[in-house]
Design a binder for this molecule. Structure first.
Ligand code: IPM
Ligand code: MG
Length: 362
């Protein structure tokens, strides 16, 4: 089987972690008949520096024509003074929108080897195995009206709109229930229905969709309570279904429970294809120093084999290769603790690729 993958390393540590993820793809190419052809593109700050825009048409076409997209991270302080319309983050938002990737899956699970790396007590986090299903192409990020305007009296007014149509809610709710069916069969839908009408509709539509999934348990939670419950008792969650803005915030929170945001992968899915990226950003403070943790990106590659290419076995092999590296005591600095061995980005990538090679050959 042959597929194409558009790869956008992006900015900062994005470049470094994607280089390690490519070692994983190379290993799979070498040892299996699932052949991924990499087509490298340019997006984010790197594209602004070269072309003056965060994503050129040519690069968008590259993404649209590939079977899947792998992205590192975009952004950095250098581009922060720019107008919103040409900031690096726009590249990401444009890819999500143009590829129709409305479902963002962000699993958070604790690796037993990293139990003590979390800032929370071990017995609070030991049962974490949850997935945030975040709506990705609507809500506060995209709905109109939006922008900054000047009122007749000269005052400036900034506007974003929280709006959802029922079909937008329905399709993401279906994804959440389908995923729950393959897991512990529990969906927590997160809203602010006590205050925001748009999310009251969210709640009602989720209830309607739930009728088709009677085997899945559904509960609703206000977003403020959910933020609190995530640190109080994260083990209660299986699938967290929520809108774009709340999902952005809650997924960062969920990731940190597991020890490091450097561990968390994500998949963004739509009708076809998919985009895979680490949950973390471009981390300009450690960029170019061989310090970044490549595991989130490597696990994103595992998700790519699982969701887009339907290669569960390869996905599992990659996950096992990561676990083995942790078991053998290798840590990047973000997850370091006494008694373990600190390695750089490249070394971690090499170790995981070597583990994968052994697993695939076995
Ligand atoms: C994320 C990021 C993005 C978002 C930014 C970089 C646009 O925070 O993927 O969570 O807000 O969606
Ligand atoms: Mg975010």
């Amino acid at each position: 089987m042959r597929y194409t993958v558009a790869v956008f390393p992006g900015d900062g540590i994005g470049v470094e972690v994607v280089a390690e993820a490519r070692k994983i793809i190379d290993t799979v190419n070498k040892l299996t008949d699932v052949q991924l052809e990499i087509r490298e593109g340019i997006a984010g700050g790197a594209s602004i520096d070269r072309y003056g825009v965060p994503l050129t048409d040519e690069n968008l076409q590259l993404a649209l024509s590939a079977d899947a997209v792998l992205l590192g991270a975009v952004g950095g302080p250098k581009w922060e003074p720019l107008d919103y319309s040409i900031r690096p983050e726009r590249a990401l938002l444009a890819l999500r929108k143009e590829l129709g990737l409305f479902a963002n899956l962000r699993p958070a699970r604790v690796f037993p080897q990293l139990l003590s790396a979390s800032t929370l007590k071990e017995d609070v986090i030991k049962n974490i195995d949850l997935i945030v299903v975040r709506e990705l192409t609507g809500g506060l990020y995209f709905a109109t009206p939006k922008g900054v305007e000047t009122l007749p009296d000269g005052r400036r007014k900034g506007v974003n709109t929280l709006a959802y149509t029922e079909d937008e809610i329905r399709r993401i709710a279906k994804i959440a229930f389908e995923i729950a069916r393959q897991r512990r069969k529990k969906v927590t839908s997160v809203d602010k229905a006590n205050v925001l009408e748009a999310t009251e509709l969210w709640r009602n539509v989720v209830e309607e969709v739930h009728k088709d999934y009677p085997d899945v348990e559904l509960n609703h939670m206000y977003v403020d309570n959910c933020a609190m419950q995530l640190v109080r008792n994260p083990g209660q969650f299986d699938v967290i279904l929520t809108c774009n803005m709340f999902g952005d915030i809650l997924s960062d929170e969920a990731s940190m429970l597991t020890g490091s945001i450097g561990m968390l992968p994500s998949a963004s899915l739509g009708e076809k294809g998919g985009m895979y990226e680490p949950v973390h950003g471009s981390a300009p403070d450690i960029a170019g120093q061989d310090k970044a943790n490549p595991i989130a990106t490597i696990l994103s590659v595992a998700m790519m084999y699982r969701y887009t290419f339907k290669q569960d076995k390869i996905a599992e092999a990659i996950e096992k290769a990561v676990e083995k590296a942790l078991e053998d005591g290798y840590r990047t600095q973000d997850i370091y603790e006494e008694g373990t061995t600190v390695v750089g980005t490249k070394k971690m990538g090499d170790i995981i690729a070597a583990n994968l090679e052994n697993i695939l050959k076995a």
